[in-house]
Design a protein around this ligand. Sequence first.
Ligand code: SF4
Ligand code: SF4
Length: 519
Amino acid sequence: MLMTEAPGPIERAADRRELPVEAAPGIARSDTPAVAGANRSLYAERVKIYPKEAHGRFRTAKWIVMAVTLGIYYLLPWLRWDRGPHLPDQAVLLDLPSRRFYFFFIEIWPQEFYYITGLLVLAALALFLVTSLAGRVWCGYTCPQTVWTDLMIAVERFWQGDRNARLRLDKDPWSLETVWRKSATHLSWLAIAIATGGAWVFYFADAPTLARQLLTFEAPATAYLFVGLFTASTYVLGGIAREQVCTYMCPWPRIQGAMFDRDSLLISYRTWRGEPRGPHKSGQSWEGRGDCIDCRQCVAVCPAGIDIRDGPQLECIQCALCIDACDDIMDKVGRPRGLIAYDTVRNLDAAGTHTEPISLLRPRVVLYAAAMLIVGLIMLTALVLRPDLDVSVLHDRNPLYVKLSDGGVRNGYTIKLLNKLYQPRSFSIEQTGLPGASLSVIGHDQESRPVVTVSPDQLQALRLYVTLDKNAVAALPDDDTGFAFVITDIDNGTSVEHTATFRSPEKAHEREHEHEDED
Ligand code: SF4
Ligand code: SF4
């Protein structure tokens, strides 16, 4: 006996016909009902799914993806990255109090949030591209809901056994064994959920410090609040709701159809090869019948509880576990693998008469790839060319200018210098375009060329006056004269110019006088 699954009641009407216990010699027929059958109603009460463990290359790929993605999520906040003595040494940190996002050697300031927007646009385009090529592989392998649900099911299987044991546990009256197995499952889920919520808050503060504070109950209330929120959502969505999230809560299954075409690789049952299906008896010829022995193992392993033989369905997350289950069966009955496989509609329509080549260079694929390339290049260029000094200048609004007792005019400005490097830098401030102007920075000694020092990775705001004497004001071409502040890094001599305007009352008055004389 290769499979040990015991027969039970088959719920779907189509399956109530008398069928042998074995689908083929040594292969038990699973009694798993498809919870979302082809003739589904608009409302259906939830039928609990007990996915059976699958073995095969896609299951192995999923274990690897799970280990990598969970490993990254849980361990990333603990990775250190030296940025010098004045800055956090956490490799990935969303520093909300300082309004800074650290990602290894990249630091994003609030005014550079367009990088995050660009990343989100890139992620969306990548999702469109992958979906048009190979269906919902994101859902099947890397979506957090899939990964955590998979983990919760693995834990459940560890404490309660595989599908039949779990079914029995739920069907039998409560016993001491039921209590301890269920308790162990839920406690393990809770531990995973707490670890998930804990890891999340570590992305927003120094992880070792916050971990210590959380354990000694000295952490901020918001940290406990978010650990609680994420614990609850992980426990409920991953442990309890599972496939219901993918089917009813997530909008992606409804949108994804727009990205498919006849050349998208989707998990498909090759009807032309499998039908007519039915149990296969020992020594029976395969002539005139399909390769599907109706063992329903593809349904038994499906975490969405569907029968892929009914055709493509909204609930299918394309996890490919049904491929593993069916390949295993095909090996056992001596038929070629691939009765369920990643295949295109174009190839399915060929019904085995010939093989349609997979076409990768389709208009939509090229379009998504080109859009990704353009956005990626723009982001990369912006990142490489981004300045290590940001300057902003704000002219005083009230008063616009001050007329001095000696006939001169003074304008006030607020200059902000943002030093993006991890070392202190000194900058001299000069102006060009206003002959005879003098500069003075409030709080600094009066000098012709003020020098200010800005701490590493800090923004420094300065109040600065530009003054013109009476003669210089008279020589101005207009009452609104453009000029530029020149900010020079003292150490390396690089300069940044920032345009500004000098306001003066004289020209306006002069023009008024001229008009009066003409009149
Ligand atoms: S498709 Fe494969 S796994 Fe599914 S019932 Fe047929 S033979 Fe069994
Ligand atoms: S039908 Fe197959 S690919 Fe789709 S969710 Fe079920 S097991 Fe995964």
